[in-house]
Each structure stands twice: as structure tokens, then as C-alpha cells.
Write a protein of this length. Structure first.
Length: 101
């Protein structure tokens, strides 16, 4: 792949002759590079259909519940001793004045 627009057209818009020569050199370099490329072998690996959710705040818990309700095994990880994130620090939540915990 050679990006002629970014490397030739925009930079050398006032000098078309040098832009054309540079484009030819870039295309030749791209062809030479393509000749040296190796085929990447395909590798099959088994995949476990499970999810790791990092952070047991409100967003993490909602994501974990949504995924679990779809039948996907969920692993929920939290670095703090309690779950709930910033919401657990609030004593009242608007508009119902419910407890944050």
C-alpha cells in the first residue's frame, strides 16, 4: 500500500514534476516490499465464551448483569474491598432519595 495523496499530492502540489517522480519511486518501493512479504499462517485456537468485567461500579455491574442475563458466564473483578464504586459513597441518590448502597 502506498499513500500517494498524503506523501505526494498534498506536499508537492506546486511541483508536479517532482511529485510524479516521487510517486513513481514510492510505487516501485511498494511493489518491491510486496514481493518480500511472507504469508502469515492461519492458527486455530479454542475460545471460551465468557467475559471478564473489570470494575464493579455501576457501569461494570450493569454490564455484568446484562451479559449474565444473556447466558454468558461473567467474571467481575474489583480492586476495592466493596462494590458500587462512587455510588456506594453517596448517602442519597436523586430523585428518589434512596440509599446509594
Amino acid at each position: 500500500m502506498v499513500n500517494l495523496r498524503e506523501q505526494c499530492s498534498f506536499i508537492h502540489s506546486d511541483d508536479k514534476k517532482n511529485a510524479t517522480e516521487k510517486a513513481i519511486r514510492l510505487i516501485q518501493a511498494g511493489i518491491n516490499r510486496a514481493r518480500e512479504l511472507e504469508i502469515i499462517p492461519h492458527k486455530k485456537i479454542s475460545v471460551e465464551k465468557a467475559v471478564l468485567v473489570i470494575g464493579a461500579g455501576i457501569a461494570g455491574m450493569n454490564a455484568a448483569l446484562d451479559l449474565a442475563n444473556q447466558g454468558i458466564p461473567v467474571y467481575l473483578v474489583e480492586k476495592e474491598a466493596t462494590i458500587g464504586g462512587k455510588m456506594a459513597q453517596l448517602d442519597r441518590i436523586y430523585p428518589t432519595d434512596d440509599c446509594g448502597i
